[in-house]
Design a protein around this ligand. Sequence first.
Ligand SMILES: [Zn+2]
Length: 309
Amino acid sequence: MFRCFSWRRCIFIFVGLLLAIRSYGQTTDQKDRYLSISYRESETGTYDFYAQNRNFCPYQLLIEFPTLTAADASVDLPFYTVINAQTKEQFLFSISPLEIDFTFKYTYRFWMGDPEQVFAETQSDYVLPYRSGTSLKVTQGYNGPYSHKNTYALDFDLKESTTICAAREGVVVKVKEDSKQGGPNKAFAGDCNFITIYQRDGTLAEYVHLTFNGSIVTVGDTVRAGQVIGLGGNTGWSTSPHLHFCVKKPARMGYQTIPVKFVSRWSRRIALQADHSYRAYPPSKGRPENFAYSSYAYLRQLLGFGQTR
Ligand SMILES: [Zn+2]
């Protein structure tokens, strides 16, 4: 009788443990092959969480626990932090069980870039994102009515496989080029091929709708302004081949698109307008904004023509 009770008790504990083990876990709908979150049981019985970031930009990370019973966290939840680029393993926090049948389930979200690592620059040095000497038409400008409402993004009309160049120097942090799908509504939005470049001021430039296998660069490549990076196309939410270009400034747990100006003739920086065509010029090699005008003003002053506007 006693033996039988003992067996039943053992089975009960075993099933209980199994249930407890099965209820640890993680669910996330977002995935990124360069960022991983993991946990290990320590010698003292706590569950220690770690993050690894193999990418070349920082990530903001938010870990939430939809289920946490009979256990304490060593930090306030949800847990927010920034994991810097190329971090092998960073300790985050511990979960300490209070009873044997404790449970936890966590989810996490992440955003590339870090709002605390965005640097204001006095001079913007973007070149148009196609070959110097060629012209493309802007079909939708900043805050455009079709798909750019409240968004600083530009659409350049182009032919399939037009060469796309980096608008600014940086390091490639994301590439998708396996899609052949494109179409005229939001349902196709996830099918776009694109390249994301992390720029030296902490912002992210996106080059979207590239053709199938249309990236010449891979994650980790550093690129110069004007360097060929890919081929334009019609993948994703797109009615005809075009390049969607935008610059995103990391905000806390999100992004903000920002307007930028591009190098034009005589190193002027210009803002682009819809329904106008623009010729691409090479990088200005450190010349100040409106180099031609400032040289003219300097000459006038030197020759004694007084103040110029
Ligand atoms: Zn667009």
